[in-house]
Design a protein around this ligand. Structure first.
Ligand code: K1U
Ligand code: ZN
Length: 167
């Protein structure tokens, strides 16, 4: 297994559209293992392949306290979305920034597991938030792009200042 480098916003590569996986093989299982190790090490509760510069539709999520409930979702598609809820979000590609975002409250997501079998997962609460956040990464969207233009401009200034200070 390996810890992979995470791309930081506003890197243009975060705006790449991920391609579907056409065969779930040992290469994909290795990617999932490396992504899980990277997510736990960060630490985070989710990671999309886009964030490690792999542009395939693969996400990993584990919202459990004991790091023992790993979800690996390959080619995820939301087949049902209901309600609306606002939740504070963070992102390993935008470290230290937490902002509220409105998303569907209950979702059903269809995906392939590590054996290539199609499954459907019903989710609500933090799991639903996290799945939608990671699926946005696969579409090339970062959560801060839901914020007002003013907030996004302020955030870019803050990140530039932070980058100058760490040089
Ligand atoms: O996509 C990512 O960058 C991962 C992100 C997932 C996420 C968190 C909160 C709401 C929506 C999506 C993170 O994991 S940010 C870090 C974080 O939330 C966390 C870190 C350690 C312990 C608990 C949470
Ligand atoms: Zn993120």
């Amino acid at each position: 297994m390996a810890i992979l480098p995470i791309i930081h916003y506003p890197d243009e590569r975060l705006h790449t559209q991920a391609k579907p996986v056409d065969l779930v093989d040992s290469r994909i299982r290795q990617l999932v293992a490396d992504m899980a190790e990277t997510m736990y090490a960060a630490p985070g509760i989710g990671l999309a392949a886009t964030q490690v510069d792999v542009h395939l539709q693969v996400i990993v999520i584990d919202i459990s306290e004991n790091h023992d409930k790993l979800f690996s979702l390959i080619n995820p598609v939301i087949v049902k979305a209901e309600g609306r809820a606002i939740h504070e979000e963070g992102c390993l590609s935008v470290p230290g920034i937490y902002e509220p975002v409105a998303r569907a409250a209950h979702i059903s997501v269809k995906f392939l597991d590590l054996e290539g079998k199609e499954l459907v997962l019903e989710a609500e609460g933090l799991l639903a938030v996290c799945i939608q956040h990671e699926m946005d990464h696969l579409k090339g969207k970062v959560f801060v792009e839901y914020l007002s233009q003013l907030k996004q401009a302020r955030l870019k200034q803050k990140l530039k200042k932070r980058a100058r200070e760490t040089m």
